[in-house]
Design a protein around this ligand. Sequence first.
Ligand SMILES: [Mg+2]
Length: 410
Amino acid sequence: MTEFGKSGNVFFHIDVNNAFLSWEALYRMRELGETEDIRELDAIVGGDISKRHGIVLAKSMSAKKYGIKTGEPVVSAKKKCPSLQSFEPHMWYYKERSLELMEVFQKYAPVVDQYSIDEAFLDMSGTYTLYGAPVAFAHKLKDEIRDTLGFTVNIGISSNRLLAKMASDFRKPDRVHTLFPDEIQEKMWPLPVEDLFYVGHSTASRLHNLGIHTIGDIAKTDFNVMESNFKSHGVVIYNFANGFDFTLEDRTEAVQKGYGNSTTIPYDIKDSEDAYHTILGLCESVCTRMRRDDVQALVLSVEIKDSNFLVKRHQRTLLSPTDVTDECYEIACELFDELWDGSPIRLIGVSANKVTDGGVRQMNLFDMDTHDKRKSLDNALDSIRDKYGSGAVKRGSFLTTDKKMDKYDR
Ligand SMILES: [Mg+2]
């Protein structure tokens, strides 16, 4: 067998260990000058207990020992651990850390697909001659992130995204794990069904009722039984349990054809202003990458996934190709408005396709003037960011939404 990574697909899934707690710890030490590291305390990051919606977003290792769970009300967490210290989240700071992390990824990986604020898939296929064996390189990358950014990650490695994602979830923190197809039986099948990607609480309890308790049990269950009990979702998890990753593979192709970015939101988005804010961040990242590569896109599409995992997509061909953030943002918001029926959203994606080389832009009489102004704004923002880092300047709407979210959380 040839050595892994010399040919064929190589995917990394990189996941920040306890992201919100780690980033809040950095915020308090670096921005507020506090000396205590909240990772060492009985601590959580969560909302205000005087508000009903105050829930635990992250917990320290010692808080976890009291049985505190992510998503439970802060009030009930405090009952479990009276000495518990609760810190309100600073999302703007976390977003900056997230951007910094994605920049490290983009330095090395040909294709980076951000999956949520603290996770990304890196398509490392074909990088053997650049970086050597993938597993050894992953160790270097993990150490670089820890030593330069001040927080730790887990890296999962495999020949497809699903297995890489499963692997990054093995023992934490600060570790590299592999889950190659020939390791599935030994490393993945003994795990409880709850650990399988896309198996939520209700699916898990229905599986248990059928006597299916481990991922191996799913893999060995008759395909037709899975399909008749769980419909298309059953087909997906049956394939996942056997290590086949068709849904996530489709994303790779979509990403390679154009420039795409999507984000899974840690809470359900229910109003359009929050959605627009997310869309702006996505357009910013997609357009920045296009400008870096000196290309422009003719087709823009928006994808949303609701809390039942139902995915909807909508796209539009533009009058002339663009790489301008504000132009993409306006169109993406229109696409979103046409697409959204008001149900809670878990994921939003924006992608730019039919990419052409930059340079000569076809004349579009309707937007010529504003296009040039916006283009020079983008160029100015890009050069400031190149010099001072991604957090150096923010667009107006980011600032107002951050304020709004702060108020909401307080
Ligand atoms: Mg994480």
